[in-house]
Design a binder for this molecule. Structure first.
Ligand code: C5P
Length: 231
């Protein structure tokens, strides 16, 4: 089944403290962006990649695309001030419909079986997100005081990819923009429109490279995968 992936890559990554876009940092000699792009380049179901970039970083990103031998990039729209604006720019640049996945460029460890389950689930139900069950106890805290303990059995940590029928996400994205609503993920926009969103079980190692500790863990994950492929 074909899908197109919308990849926001226009963030600044201040929490990484790298003084540059964290996607340009290297893991095992290759940029984080290069690793994430390669996952989709190598997936036969992926028909195209639309990447939102900062105009000032366009030359660097074009060089990464070339150096990583990525052939599936269809458009490089300019990203916006918020992640949601960058995703909206990708959606507006895509004209072909079908199933679209939104995936953070900062998550290089997404597994192909999860991607495929998401595409199938979105085709069947309209919207599907990757998630893992919460392992820790979660509480609502206000001013240092616990207000309430959440029911862990029903708590999921939601990741990307998030998959949708294109028209459904485009409508939800345009509506959010009109109403100046800012969500923390794409599924929130669909939920606001009253649409059901399915959850597909993902893996705990599909981390978003956010802080320097993630880089160290990412290096370990890559080494482990390399050893597994050589066994
Ligand atoms: O900052 P954070 O890690 O939450 O960003 C998630 C993804 O969204 C990253 O791949 C980042 O490059 C992208 N992003 C974007 N435009 C923004 C902010 C973040 O494309 N304005």
């Amino acid at each position: 089944m074909d899908y197109t992936v919308m990849m926001p890559a226009a963030g600044s990554g201040t929490r990484m403290g790298a003084g540059q876009n964290k996607l340009f940092l290297k893991l095992a000699g290759k940029t984080i962006l290069g690793h994430t792009l390669t996952v989709f380049e190598e997936d036969p179901w992926c028909a195209g990649i639309i990447l939102a970039v900062k105009d000032s970083e366009r030359p660097v990103i074009e060089a990464i695309i070339r150096d990583s031998a990525i052939t599936k990039v269809k458009a490089l729209p300019a990203g916006g001030a918020e992640r949601q604006d960058s995703v909206a720019a990708c959606l507006e640049a895509h004209q072909e419909g079908g199933i679209v996945l939104v995936h953070d460029a900062a998550r290089p460890f997404i597994a192909r079986p999860v991607i495929h389950k998401l595409a199938e689930s979105a085709a069947e139900h309209g919207a599907a997100v990757a998630g893992v069950k919460a392992k820790d106890t979660m509480k609502y805290v206000t001013d240092g005081q616990v207000e309430e303990t959440a029911d862990r059995e029903r708590l999921w940590i939601i990741q990307t990819p998030q998959a949708f029928r294109y028209e459904l996400l485009l409508d939800a994205s345009r509506k959010a923009r009109q109403e100046q609503f800012l969500g923390t993920d794409e599924a929130t926009l669909a939920e606001r429109a009253g649409l059901p969103v399915h959850v597909v079980g993902s893996t705990y190692d599909n981390i978003k490279m956010t802080t320097p500790e993630d880089l160290a863990y990412g290096g370990y994950l890559l080494k482990k995968r390399l050893e597994e492929t050589m066994e």
